[in-house]
Design a protein around this ligand. Structure first.
Ligand SMILES: *Cc1c(COP(=O)(O)O)cnc(C)c1O
Length: 425
C-alpha cells in the first residue's frame, strides 16, 4: 500500500466538522471507474458495496456521465411549477420499462417510501373507505426503509429509533417471510391499506424469503384488498439477477410476454439508488392510475423531483442496464460467486454460510453479533484491495457493480478467500 497523503487529515476534517452519523472504513476515495475505486494515494480497490447498490452500472459510467454533463449545460431545474421537455419523455420511458401506468418522481429513497405510504393511505381512505386516520400499514421486523421520522417509527433497530420519538402510529410489524403472521393481521384488521416490504432484506443482512413468499403475500393482499408495496430501492434494477427482486426466478425484466408463474406485480413499486447509476439522487414510485390518481395538485411533491437532470440521467442509466445485459450478468456471476464461496465455506470455521440472490450476497461470520471480527475482516480486505462493509456485527455484504466480469469476480473471490483464511483458527 502506498501512503503519500496523511489519510488522517481527510478523516480528521470529517470528524472535526461533520456530524458523527456514520462509521466509515478508514479509506479516503478520490476516483472511480467501473468496478474500481482509487484512494488519494492511488491505491486501487474492487468496490464490493457499490454505494449500497446505487452504482449497479459501475462508477462514472461514460454514457451516464455524458448525459449528466450535457444536461447540466442546458437546464438543471425548473421546479414543477412549469413543465420541462425531459419529464414527459422520462415518465413514458420509465413506466413502460417497469410496466406501470404512472410514475411519481422524487429524489431520495426515503422520499420514495414516504410517497408510497401517502399513496397507500389516501387510496385506503378514498377507495377502500377506511375510516379517517385509521389506516394501518403492515411492515416487517428488521426492515430498512430509510431515515425520516415516520420511517424510523416502524424500524426495529433501537439505534435508529430510540430518543427520536414520539413515533408515528399506523404501522403493524410482523416477522419477515411469515405468511401465517401476515394472514392473521389481515384477518383481524379491516383497516389495513398496504403491506410494505423489501423482497430481500438488504440492510438486515441480505435475508431472502422462501421462493413463494411474495407470491403468497400478493395473493393475500389481493384477497383482503390491501396494496402490496415493494421497496426495491436496493434490490431492484438488476441487482438480484432479475430486473426486480419481485420477479423471482423469472428474468423477463418484469415485462416479458410469458409472465412466468414466479412474477409478482406489486401494486406500488419504490425505486431509488441505481435508477441514476449513482450519479444523482433519483427515486420514483410507480403504480397504476387507479392508485396514483388519488393524488391531486398540491397534495404531494418536491422542488427537485422530476428535474431535467434527474430525468435525463435516469433514462440513460436504465438504458445501460438493458444494453449491457447487467441483469443477466448479475444472475450468472451471482451463481458463480455463491458456488465458489460455498466450496470454501464447507471447510471453513470462520464463515458459517453465504446467502443472497444475484450479486446481492452476504456471508455470516462465526462469531457473536457484538464481535469485531467482521469489521477486522473488512479492514484486511481493504488492505488487499477490496472494499466491503459489515451490515451487522457478524455479517458482511458483497455487492459489486453489475458490470464486473467473470475474470474480475474470480480475482475477487481469491482475495476474499485468502483474507478469510488468515482468520481461520
Ligand atoms: C437505501 C434504502 C432506502 C433509503 O434510501 P435513501 O436514498 O438513503 O433515502 C430505503 N429502502 C431501502 C431498501 C434501501 O436500501
Amino acid at each position: 500500500m502506498k501512503t503519500l497523503f496523511n489519510y488522517n487529515n481527510f478523516i480528521e476534517l470529517e470528524h472535526r466538522y461533520g456530524a458523527h452519523d456514520y462509521h466509515p472504513l478508514p479509506v479516503v476515495l478520490e476516483r472511480g471507474e467501473g468496478v474500481y475505486l482509487w484512494d488519494v494515494d492511488g491505491n486501487k480497490y474492487f468496490d464490493f458495496l457499490s454505494a449500497y447498490s446505487a452504482v449497479n452500472q459501475g462508477h462514472c459510467h461514460p454514457r451516464i456521465v455524458k448525459i449528466l454533463q450535457n444536461q447540466a449545460n442546458i437546464l438543471t431545474l425548473t421546479s414543477r411549477a412549469f413543465h420541462n421537455n425531459k419529464l414527459g419523455d422520462y415518465m413514458k420511458y420509465v413506466t413502460e420499462y417497469f410496466d406501470f401506468e404512472r410514475v411519481l418522481p422524487m429524489n431520495t429513497g426515503a422520499e420514495g417510501v414516504e410517497t408510497a405510504i401517502k399513496l397507500a393511505r389516501k387510496w385506503g381512505y378514498t377507495k377502500k373507505k377506511i375510516p379517517q386516520n385509521k389506516a394501518q400499514i403492515i411492515v416487517c421486523y428488521n426492515n430498512f426503509h430509510g431515515r425520516t421520522t415516520t420511517i424510523i417509527s416502524f424500524s426495529s433497530d433501537k439505534g435508529s429509533k430510540d430518543n427520536f420519538g414520539p413515533h408515528a402510529t399506523g404501522f403493524i410489524s410482523i416477522p419477515f417471510d411469515d405468511i401465517e403472521a401476515l394472514e392473521v393481521v389481515l384477518e383481524r384488521n379491516p383497516n389495513v391499506a398496504g403491506f410494505l416490504l423489501e423482497p430481500v432484506q438488504g440492510e438486515a443482512g441480505v435475508y431472502t424469503p422462501e421462493p413463494d413468499f411474495i407470491q403468497k403475500a400478493k395473493a393475500l393482499c389481493h384477497k383482503y384488498n390491501v396494496l402490496l408495496i415493494a421497496d426495491e430501492i436496493q434490490t431492484g434494477i438488476g441487482r438480484t439477477g432479475s430486473l426486480l427482486a419481485v420477479c423471482g426466478s423469472c428474468d423477463c425484466s418484469g415485462h416479458c410476454e410469458k409472465k412466468e408463474a414466479t412474477y409478482v406485480r406489486p401494486d406500488l413499486l419504490i425505486l431509488g439508488k441505481a435508477i441514476s447509476g449513482g450519479t444523482y439522487p433519483v427515486s420514483a414510485v410507480l403504480c397504476d392510475a387507479n392508485i396514483m390518481d388519488v393524488i391531486q395538485p398540491g397534495q404531494h411533491g418536491s422542488t427537485f423531483g422530476g428535474n431535467p437532470m434527474a430525468c435525463a440521467v435516469a433514462k440513460e442509466a436504465l438504458e445501460v442496464i438493458r444494453d449491457e445485459k447487467l441483469t443477466q450478468n448479475a444472475r450468472l456471476l451471482g451463481n458463480r460467486f455463491r458456488a465458489k464461496m460455498q466450496h470454501y465455506i464447507n471447510e471453513s470455521d470462520v464463515v458459517l454460510s453465504i446467502r443472497g440472490r444475484g450479486l446481492l450476497n452476504a456471508i455470516v461470520i462465526n462469531d457473536i453479533e457484538e464481535s469485531d471480527t467482521a469489521w477486522n475482516i473488512c479492514l484486511k480486505l481493504k488492505d488487499c484491495g477490496l472494499l466491503a462493509k459489515p451490515t451487522h456485527g457478524n455479517i458482511i455484504r458483497f455487492a459489486p457493480p453489475l458490470v464486473i466480469t467473470e475474470d474480475q469476480l474470480d480475482e475477487c473471490i481469491t482475495i476474499i478467500i485468502n483474507v478469510l483464511k488468515t482468520f481461520e483458527p
